[in-house]
Design a protein around this ligand. Structure first.
Ligand code: DAT
Ligand code: MG
Length: 176
């Protein structure tokens, strides 16, 4: 995929439980719309421990890992979920990272999303409101972790059809 402004790119964005609990979703999506990137997928996710650990697996040895996992799962907030989105477009990774601001909300540019809305708790947890992939490899790994191919409106990565025999929940049929 290419266009005049350069190669297209995709990135994973998570609005974390503090962002949802503080009713910041609209503000954050408005800020992200300034980038002119396109939303290619979106869903609410109740984050399992396994998903949180896999998402942050490169930080497994950090002293703050346990709190980070609990934070992503919403253990410290009223909204125990995240809003996961895939943004596509030229320079998507850099554009979203710039808007997000530095990891540490106290060091983040004052007008960045993390600078405006983030905080460090007394326990030392960086409640920095959103996650954004930091490079192409991370974006691919994270998008494949959070989304199935059919949940994204574009074929961002090669996908295949496999035969599965599985149970799934369906809507109960009601008589009209
Ligand atoms: P980023 O989210 O900017 O990509 P990262 O991948 O290094 O930063 O870390 C992932 C998350 O871990 C980050 O959003 C907040 C938390 N974190 C990172 N460094 C931390 C620290 N020194 N103390 C507490 N939390 C930290
Ligand atoms: Mg990171």
């Amino acid at each position: 995929m290419t266009d005049e402004a350069g190669p297209k790119e995709q990135t994973l964005v998570l609005i974390k439980p503090d962002g949802l609990s503080k009713s910041l979703t609209g503000n954050i999506l408005t800020r992200l719309s300034e980038t002119k990137l396109e939303i290619a997928a979106a869903k609410c996710v109740h984050v399992s421990r396994a998903l949180a650990e896999e998402h942050y697996k490169s930080l497994r040895d950090k002293p703050f890992f346990e709190e980070l996992i609990e934070y992503l799962q919403g253990k410290f907030h009223s909204r125990k979920k995240v809003l996961a989105l895939v943004y596509v477009g030229p320079g998507a990774i850099r554009k979203v990272r710039e808007l997000a601001g530095a990891t540490n909300p106290e060091e983040a540019d004052a007008v960045s999303i993390r600078g405006q809305y983030g905080r460090i708790t007394t326990k030392g947890v960086y409640e920095n409101v959103i996650h954004a992939s930091s490079n192409v490899q991370e974006a691919e790994r994270e998008i494949k972790l959070w989304f199935e191919p059919d949940e994204i409106i574009y074929d961002l990565y090669p996908a295949e059809t496999v035969e599965v025999k599985a149970k799934k929940r369906v809507w109960v049929k009601t008589q009209k």
